[in-house]
Design a protein around this ligand. Structure first.
Ligand SMILES: [Zn+2]
Length: 197
């Protein structure tokens, strides 16, 4: 691929392509944070892009795939709002569980109830967070072609392993809250592809 194209230019081109194609006036914002955040959809029209990854990836096709995934989040923004509510419910259920555990530490049955609530809350969060990711993936796969999209995700994974210096805490949190790995996203895409495509 042509390494002389600046990644910022690739993004600018992709964004104007998207604006024309979908009539969504999306904005991009380049941020500079030392975390594992690559791209993130914020509100209904903004995609945040981490400069660290932008420089590490450089590949137009991979950037396109990642951008379309975020576009999927934006297109499903209203749905995501609904999921967000469920995530809050999950947090609340877990929080109540934690409260019960600490308040009634001397009563074993209440401690157990509290732990059950914590687990239930986490499961609610996991379910809706994963669902949200899969919906964004499905959008990108439909728009770009399933094979192409999966291929770019795989290529991204191989780059990401080298470019990755995310904190351990992030990985633990991501596991706990069920933010799906790219591997499980690819697996899921391949599985549902037969019904959808
Ligand atoms: Zn996502």
């Amino acid at each position: 691929m042509n390494k002389r194209i600046r990644p910022e230019t690739i993004i600018t081109d992709l964004v104007s392509e998207i604006r024309e194609k979908y009539g969504i006036n999306i904005q991009t914002e380049i941020i500079n944070v030392d975390s594992s955040l690559i791209m993130k959809a914020r509100n209904k029209d903004t995609i945040l892009i981490n400069k660290k990854y932008l420089n590490a990836i450089k590949e137009p096709d991979i950037l396109k795939a990642l951008l379309y995934h975020e576009l999927g989040h934006i297109v499903n923004y209203q749905k995501w709002l609904r999921y967000k509510l469920f995530v809050y419910i999950g947090v609340a259920v877990s929080g109540i569980g934690l409260f019960v555990v600490t308040l009634f530490l001397q009563y074993l049955y209440l401690v157990l109830t509290g732990f059950l609530l914590i687990i239930a809350g986490l499961m609610i969060i996991r379910f809706f967070m994963q669902r949200n990711e899969y919906i964004a993936d499905l959008f990108a796969a439909k728009e770009l072609g399933l094979r192409y999209y999966i291929e770019q995700l795989k290529r991204f994974m191989s780059i990401d392993k080298r470019a990755h210096c995310a904190s351990k805490a992030y990985h633990i949190l991501a596991k706990l809250f069920g933010y799906p790995s790219i591997n499980s996203r690819i697996e899921r895409l391949s599985r549902i592809a037969e019904q959808v495509f």
